[in-house]
Design a protein around this ligand. Structure first.
Ligand code: ZN
Ligand code: ZN
Length: 646
């Protein structure tokens, strides 16, 4: 008999060789019907794979991210099986699960897959799924595995096997398809009830631009047709909200291959929006005792040798810039932290000076492979709403609370009402790999958890997810479509103060090490604006809208009045533009609705005579006529309310 320990620490005894599926059955029939995979002693495990020793176990269903990953990865096998059945001689690269669905990289030889092929593959997949094929795990020797794939003529699998250690290699057989794989997989293909192959793309083998380009087929599967239908509706909505599309339509930002890939250019309206965000955060940061600094976009290489970044990322980043005469080397700054450390070090600091909170909208540059670039979310240059707090160990908790308050204020002002936090702590079983004293870690980890509890912030703890230099807290927001995004972050750092030998003089007149806290409520301006766009579908809160008001004169005769009105509003800090086109008023209203301007002011004879405006709110709400001053006052009040949802 073996002892099986469940997540609630209860223990039950089973015969050796019991499978997670059988364990599920002993708990409930419902669970047994839904279990997809398991974690056994920390390792992902097939539901059908025997357990032969005492173990801790977690069972996963569709409701768990691990269960979904198993489901989708298994679907990648099923897709490969279908493709192999339909197109002889294709070769396979890798087929992992992704955030939503899966893909397989395939060498299709002379064949070019089309949309019509995708439909045929979907059909074949469903046919094979109905056969309820099992995924059979087989241990193979390296020699056997190499022989199999050499005979099959699949050089991609051969290459992967050649890098594996003998004795660790497994196949999974599903129907007529045998794949090199570590597993785990779902009990059988019958769980897969709905299939959608979503797109085709090119992908270099192993992400290497010098190697062959394979065809990447993306897909997603579900255990119920209804879930696929709902997903497709969501996908349509997400397409409409794609920030790259909205960014173009609303003229917020652009990219130019001539300027360089992944280097976003903020257009006037986007800049207006971004500056509003920055001004708002700056105002709050001032309230919270931050001091603004500005540092250069480059830094001497030694700065990054000291910080350790050169050793860690140097090879995978932009090459150093050299001066023509002295041959000095500079790096485009990949982060602002080292510059801020030098600011701290610039003069002696006393315990009474702490915390020192040093803030900068600092633009950083990080090399990303061109295939990884994506709109504003994956770029090579971005601006962090960065700040570093240098404090005493006993101040960490208070500082966390203060940062959490700032983040809360901002998220609320932007209508992100659904957010939660992830606390990343040390792996308690392997404390060797972390820098900093056990005492300080314990203090900081407790401080973060207490801070969350005190602020009533829903948070879950992940052990082993901390960086080697300190624990952290990440904020996840749920957008209007229920998608989760990681935004703000707060991170404790024991490493950089050590490396830069930062000290302050304590009450005891001795030198002490400060704790450094990195934090960025938005994360980066680029990523934040992308998420914001997808969240609000381009309908920004009034305070943030680049154009808050559009003035619609009913005819050219009232253009002058419109212009006077515009400059009056400008003086009241209201951003207004005029539709000067010679169009019918109905058309102007329709177009303004399309462009999502929060307010429309219709002006004609009556309005001019009485210095009034006819107000329409976006979303076809007629607010009637009011004096111009009253309108300005209404806008001012709304902006103030939006910014103060504290
Ligand atoms: Zn697999
Ligand atoms: Zn930092």
């Amino acid at each position: 008999m073996i002892n099986i320990t469940f997540p609630d620490n209860s223990v039950r005894q089973y015969e050796s060789g019991v499978t997670p599926l059988e364990i599920a059955k002993s708990l409930s029939e419902g669970l047994a019907r839904n279990v997809l995979s398991a974690k056994v002693n920390g390792k992902m495990w097939d539901a059908m794979r025997p357990v032969n020793e005492d173990a801790t176990i977690q069972l996963f269903t569709w409701d768990d991210p691990e269960g979904k990953a198993t489901f989708w990865h298994s679907s990648a096998h099923l897709m490969a099986e279908a493709i192999e059945a339909l197109y002889k001689g294709v070769k396979f690269g890798i087929g992992p699960a992704v955030d939503a669905g899966f893909y397989y990289d395939i060498d299709t030889g002379d064949l070019t897959l089309t949309e019509a092929d995708l439909v045929a593959i979907e059909k074949k997949m469903l046919e094979l799924a109905r056969e309820k094929q099992t995924f059979d795990r087989v241990d193979v020797s390296k020699a056997e595995a190499l022989k199999y794939f050499t005979e099959k003529g699949d050089e991609y699998k051969e290459e992967l096997i050649s890098e594996l250690e003998d004795g660790t290699i497994t196949y999974y057989k599903c129907g007529n398809f045998t794949d090199l794989c570590r597993g785990p997989h779902i009990p059988n293909t019958g769980f897969i009830k709905a299939v959608k192959l979503t797109s085709l793309a090119g992908a270099y083998w192993r992400g290497d631009e010098k190697r062959k380009q394979l065809t990447r087929v993306y897909g997603i599967t579900f255990p119920k047709q209804k879930e696929l239908d709902e997903y497709l509706v969501l996908l349509e909505e997400a397409k409409k909200r794609d920030h790259r599309k909205l960014g173009r339509e609303l003229e917020l930002f652009m990219f130019s291959d001539t300027v360089g890939k992944g280097l976003p250019i903020w257009l006037p309206k986007g800049t207006e929006l971004r500056l509003r965000l920055q001004e708002y955060l700056t105002k709050i940061q001032k309230e919270y005792g931050y001091e603004q600094v500005i540092t250069p976009h480059i830094g001497g290489k030694q700065l990054y040798v000291t910080s350790g970044h050169w050793d860690h990322y140097g090879e995978d980043s932009f090459r150093p810039i050299t001066t023509p005469e002295e041959g000095e080397e500079y790096l485009l700054k990949p982060m602002n932290c080292p510059h801020h450390c030098m600011i701290f070090k610039w003069k002696p600091r006393s315990y009474k000076d702490l915390p020192f909170r040093c803030a900068e909208f600092g633009t950083v540059y990080r090399y990303e492979q061109s295939g990884e670039l994506h709109g504003l979310t994956r770029v090579r240059s971005f601006t962090q709403d960065d700040a570093h707090i240098f404090c005493r160990p006993d101040q960490v908790k208070e500082e966390f609370i203060r940062v959490m308050e700032i983040i809360e204020i901002i998220f609320k002002a932007l209508d992100f009402n659904n957010f939660e936090a992830q606390i990343s702590l040390r792996d308690p079983t392997d404390t060797e790999k972390y820098v900093g004293s056990d005492e300080n870690w314990a203090k900081a980890e407790a401080a973060i958890q207490e801070a969350c509890a005190e602020k009533g912030l829903p948070a879950h703890v992940e052990y082993g997810e901390a960086a080697f230099y300190g624990p952290k807290l990440d904020f996840m927001v749920k957008d209007a479509l229920g998608r989760k995004w990681q935004l703000g972050t707060i991170q404790v750092d024991y490493n950089l103060p050590e490396r830069f030998d930062l000290t302050y003089i304590g009450a005891d007149n001795e030198k002490h090490r400060p704790v450094m806290v990195h934090r960025a409520p938005f994360g980066s301006m680029e990523r934040f604006v992308a998420v914001l766009l997808e969240h609000c579908a381009g309908e920004f809160p009034l305070w943030l809208a680049p154009d808050q008001v559009i003035i619609l004169p009913v005819s050219e005769k009232y253009l002058n009045f419109a212009k006077n009105l515009q400059s009056y509003l400008k003086k009241s800090d209201i951003r207004a533009l005029i539709d000067e086109r010679n169009e019918k008023i109905g058309r102007k209203i329709r177009d303004a609705e399309m462009k999502k301007y929060p307010y429309m002011l219709i002006v004609g004879e009556k309005e001019e005579a009485e210095n009034q405006v006819s107000v329409r709110k976006h979303g076809q709400v007629d607010l009637g006529t009011m004096p111009t001053e009253a309108f300005a006052e209404m806008i001012r009040k709304q902006v103030e309310e939006e910014q103060n949802k504290r």
